[in-house]
Write a protein that binds this ligand. Sequence first.
Ligand code: PEP
Ligand code: MG
Length: 689
Amino acid sequence: MTNAATAPEGVAGGALIGDAVRLPNATGLHARPAAMLVALAKKYQSTLRLVRGEDEANAKSVVSIMALGTRQGDILRVKAMGADAAEAIGAVSALLVAGCGELHEEAPVAVAMAASPAETVRVAAPSVNALSGVCASPGLAVGRIVQYRQDVIVVAETDESPEREHGKLVAALKAAQDQIEALKNGVADPAGAAILDAHQHLLQDPDLLEIAVAGVMQSQAAGHAWRLAFMQYAQQLECLEGAHNALLRERGSDIRDVGRRVLALLAGVKPSHIDLPHGAILIAEELTPSDTASLDRSKLLGFCTTTGGATSHVAILARSFGIPALCGVDEAALALAQGTLVVLDGAQGLLHHAPSESDIAQAHERMAQQAARREQEAALALDAAVTTDGHRIEVVANVRNATEAREAVALGGEGVGLLRSEFLFDERDTAPSEDEQAAAYVAVADALGAQRTLVIRTLDVGGDKPLPYLPLPKEDNPFLGLRGVRVSLDQPEMFRTQLRAILRASGKARLHIMFPMIATLEELREAKALLAAEAAASGHSDFKVGIMIEVPSAALLAEQFARETDFFSIGTNDLTQYTLAMDRGHHKLAKKADGLHPSVLKMIALTCEGAARHGKWVGVCGSLASDAMAVPVLIGLGVSELSVSVPATPAIKALVRRLSLNDCKVLAQEVIQLGTTAEVRARLAAFAP
Ligand code: PEP
Ligand code: MG
């Protein structure tokens, strides 16, 4: 947050945009302060807009500002386009900071809410010295703030020679490819490299190139045409895809990232480099994968971004770096002075910006304890996860490919509880062939070996996450439309091809085939009939069939479903969003869509009861399985398999070894009687990492 006139520091669709301002006016921008703001705005030629999240108002219209319905504490930015844009942003931002002529008191700091890496929420003690965010990566760090803002890249708007501009664009695209290739060489972990790979693909995206070339042919300068193209394209994708799948959701910001790289080349400016001192905690509105990949990890202790969520690329990268990070942190973090000493608590989702000496000493003590615990956990990672009263829990992993499956095994993973097959289908123009798919599934099975379980989930896309080659209609409610198994049943040929490919992995691992987003018995029966036909035709019979429980109807009818399946795996991410009617990717609701809400726990209890009546096992492959606070409750409710994120494996196994099944049962019965997530989390506080 800023306390002084702000210099513009970013671009939005060709406009300049200023720093965030927290609105001090007790009753928001009502008529009087709005009129004062308009009077000032009208002194400037530029078009001026007030931006609050996704909403915007014309800063030269009192009605438009009032219609924005601002409240004290809202985060606003001023956006301007025109000759005097920079000056206008500075003046209008300063007036906002000063309360537009009204005396004010500072808005209270928001009550601290935070989330685990599992997209869940925990209530932290409210503190005026702490800013809250979503936990992107757990861990603790004591360091000094480094603020980072992207530079504004200025380019000419028009040019007389389309041929020359086209040539420049082609050269810049090639140079960007080379830059990314060089960056990839310096990125050791597969997750980071995969993101940069995706960037290289984006640079060849025909639709994106077509928009840019069309602009050049209409006499736009290459830089201008390119900027319009990638901004428009990013926006289109974001609107199309909603916010469900982590990788798909991130594509918009990937396009902006790779787009800026090409833009910088066209403008002849160096791509922004973040120079870090030792012990840095980086604060930014957004960190692109390119920014993140070029950070000096020996100097970086952690970072916070005001955008993004627990499933964003930057979160994935932070976890692969093994450093604490928060996404969606309160925008006030942007106003913390360079060099401020802070304590970043990833697991609690808190950035303490005025820690006392004792806070710092405590943080150091906790860091030492955590390091010692991690060492112990790693040493015992390959041992089984057996409770103190002798009950074995299978701890397996969520993976996307054979590389991750191998990593999981090395960290003590006892198998794969969720192979997300959709990643094979993404980022391409045609569906993968049977042979291609079979090779990928067999590679994962081979990484595990014949004695380990491999649960392959059939294609889980659709609606909010379209595939370019799938002719699905645009839907008003994509989360409630053609999604998961419904897409497969709608496209039986594609489904049959996938089933044939999956069956080819049978015998190479203990094959389990799982259908996502089953809501009705008819869907299950239809899917099973297709599977049975393919199994009969190929002569494969060595596999189990199960469903994901992620829709309340499936949890409520678990007993009926258990009659016709071999196992259940609970997708707590979707089960939470459908139980609470809260979009799991919604920028305001995602923090509240917590799988430890008692209603979701009751759904899990029903699922376990239904399965137990027919002697079927229940796993959890949603994020709740990796959440230490949830583990005792899940076990107590009857879950016997936890499919966790690969790095969480040793810690979850170690936790299971400290629990007793009997105590877990008592605890589970107690917490499902509670009324709110906060009460549940408070009761489970002792299990927090
Ligand atoms: C879930 O919904 O919990 C799940 C594991 O599936 P996904 O996150 O891929 O939708
Ligand atoms: Mg799901």
